[in-house]
Design a protein around this ligand. Sequence first.
Ligand code: G4P
Ligand code: NA
Ligand code: NA
Length: 193
Amino acid sequence: YKPFEPLVKRIKEDGKCLNGGILKVDSFINHQIDPTLLQAMSIEFVRRFATKEINKIITIEASGIAPAIMVGFLLNVPVVFVKKKKPSTMAGMYSTEVFSFTKNRAYTVCCSKEFLNEGDKVLFIDDFLANGNAAKGIIELTKQAKAELVGMGFIVEKSFQQGGSYLRNEGYQVESLAIIDSLDNCQIKFKEN
Ligand code: G4P
Ligand code: NA
Ligand code: NA
């Protein structure tokens, strides 16, 4: 693992630690967005997945969409965002349940069969990797579609939650631009390498 230093620097400057192991990055990722940093991070994702053949980016609404679009733009491939609202009819949709720890409830994620196809080589991009439940939902949807999930890129991974180790154990290439080992006592501790 190599930290992406411009992001680490920005988190040190502008990231805030909330109770319950939550990192607040509202001023440059999750509410206000810094497009220049987003562009630099997307270039870094493209570099880290350069050996992979990719024909589609997938993410989950809402906050995964911005980084996913920029990666899709750089690779000149379409970007599909999985929806969180259960459609009135499930006909023509792949769908599965995702449990959110931060919200303590399950929600349905779904994707039209039109936009995820057998043989697709898909890269998943998202803002946070915590427990990895969103990623598990993406794994399930791509399995339903018989698409290949070629890798997963996250802006921030929290290594004190289990998502990263689970996904790497499953054999996925997981690339996180910053890994946070601890947010205890409202101190942001970064993984060094
Ligand atoms: P998991 O997918 O890794 O299991 O994560 P979890 O259920 O814990 O997280 C649910 C939501 O909370 C996700 O966004 C995720 O991006 C976000 N999240 C998790 N940890 C942090 C954190 O430390 N800081 C911030 N800012 N967000 C975090 P979401 O609710 O699905 O919604 P959206 O924001 O993408 O719309
Ligand atoms: Na998210
Ligand atoms: Na989020």
